[in-house]
Design a protein around this ligand. Structure first.
Ligand code: FES
Ligand SMILES: [Fe+2]
Length: 370
């Protein structure tokens, strides 16, 4: 009997990228039960240091407690819902600006004007609503799912590998955040980041630069997409590298943590990051983070950030925004993904994996509510 002929796998239907109802569903579903980057722990150096931000449309703040933990709370008073903090700063206790209810850094209600006059008022029962938080090598991640599995379960081995590639990671501080807003659905940007089938045509600096494109590969590792490659001879790098300084000093590597964060390491153990914040169905904020030991200004890192913004980032914006316009076209039917059984740089395996996760997130979410 003849083997049935394999059928190509087709790209995701456009509605996943263009339908505001699906975006709403992701905001209330996927983005509330996955690990999202909040900020860097070095911004919370002392007890009482805090910063606020928005994840999945929810206003949150992270704060350093007196015993050194980092906790995250919904930024809302348990009295009549005023927001507790704005921006960033330091506080000894958390005082609500509306009626001065006061909370410990650990979330318990400590006092409030005249609350003792209320018969049956149970102060001990009132606590700020806490959000799961992990300090991942100095990077603070939060998950709005109270039963979230730890990041180690989601991204097996990633932390250990990252530590081996960036031995100085615990001493790093951010020196630059470069943000751009792309006029596309966040998943278009993520897919573009996660395949290099487009690289030789669109990123000349990539194709003729540090990495050996023919060795570039991207494979899932739990919910991490692991980018690996061999590098060219590093004699012509724009900055000096001592390849013998440690095991991975002459390598490039990257760990994309589903759904919206990536660690990248350039030769010389230079860490940089990407994180994405979905804004609306057709807009996403993309941030590039750059770090040095102690946050000391570095001409090398500054130049890398400028070069990156002017080449890769700029080149990718044009691609993803064109794709978003294309996804709105009545003339588009999702085409077959190029899945080379041998994997490699010209295969879209990683897109297939991402699109499974994307579909899973929306379709399984739809079921219980329909
Ligand atoms: S709303 Fe916060 S004290 Fe009243
Ligand atoms: Fe790209």
């Amino acid at each position: 009997m003849n083997k049935p002929e394999a059928q190509p796998v087709h790209s995701l239907e456009p509605r996943y990228y263009t339908d505001p109802a699906i975006f709403k569903q992701e905001m209330s579903g996927l983005l509330t039960r996955t690990w999202q980057f909040a900020g860097h722990a070095s911004e919370l150096e002392n007890p009482g240091d805090y910063f606020s931000y928005e994840i999945a449309g929810q206003n949150l703040f992270s704060i350093r407690t007196r015993n050194g933990d980092i906790k995250t709370y919904y930024n809302v008073c348990q009295h009549r819902a005023h927001e507790l903090v704005s921006g960033s700063g330091n506080c000894g206790v958390i005082v609500c600006p509306y009626h001065a209810w006061t909370y410990e850094l650990t979330g318990e209600l400590r006092s409030g004007p005249n609350i003792k006059s209320v018969p049956g008022f149970d102060r001990a029962a009132i606590k700020l609503n806490e959000v799961s938080t992990e300090n991942y090598c100095g990077f603070v991640f939060v998950n709005l799912d109270p039963n979230a599995e730890p990041m180690g379960e989601w991204f097996p081995n990633a932390k250990e590998e990252l530590r081996a590639f960036v031995p100085q990671i615990d001493d790093l501080k951010p020196v630059d955040w470069v943000g751009v807003e792309e006029q596309c659905n966040w998943k278009v940007s993520i897919e573009n980041y996660s395949e290099c089938y487009h690289c030789s045509l669109n990123h000349p600096a990539f194709a003729n630069g540090v990495v050996k494109p023919e060795t570039y590969d991207i494979q899932p590792q739990g919910y991490c997409l692991r980018h690996t490659t061999e590098c060219q001879n590093l004699d012509h790098m724009s900055y000096p590298i001592d390849p013998d300084s440690n095991e991975h000093a002459s390598e490039y590597s990257s760990w994309f943590l589903w759904p919206a964060f990536s660690f990248q390491v350039y030769p010389g153990n230079v860490l940089n990051t990407y994180h994405w914040r979905p804004v609306s169905v057709d807009r996403v904020a993309v941030w590039r983070g750059w770090y040095t030991v102690g946050g000391v200004a570095s001409e090398i890192v500054r130049q890398l950030a400028v070069q990156d913004r002017e080449t890769t980032v700029e080149e990718d914006i044009r691609l993803v925004e064109s794709v978003q316009r294309g996804l709105m076209s009545r003339g588009y039917r999702p085409g077959p993904l190029v899945l080379d059984p041998k994997n490699g740089v010209n295969s879209e395996h990683s897109v297939q994996t991402l699109q499974q996760w994307m579909r899973e997130a929306v379709d399984t979410e739809a079921a219980p509510h329909s």
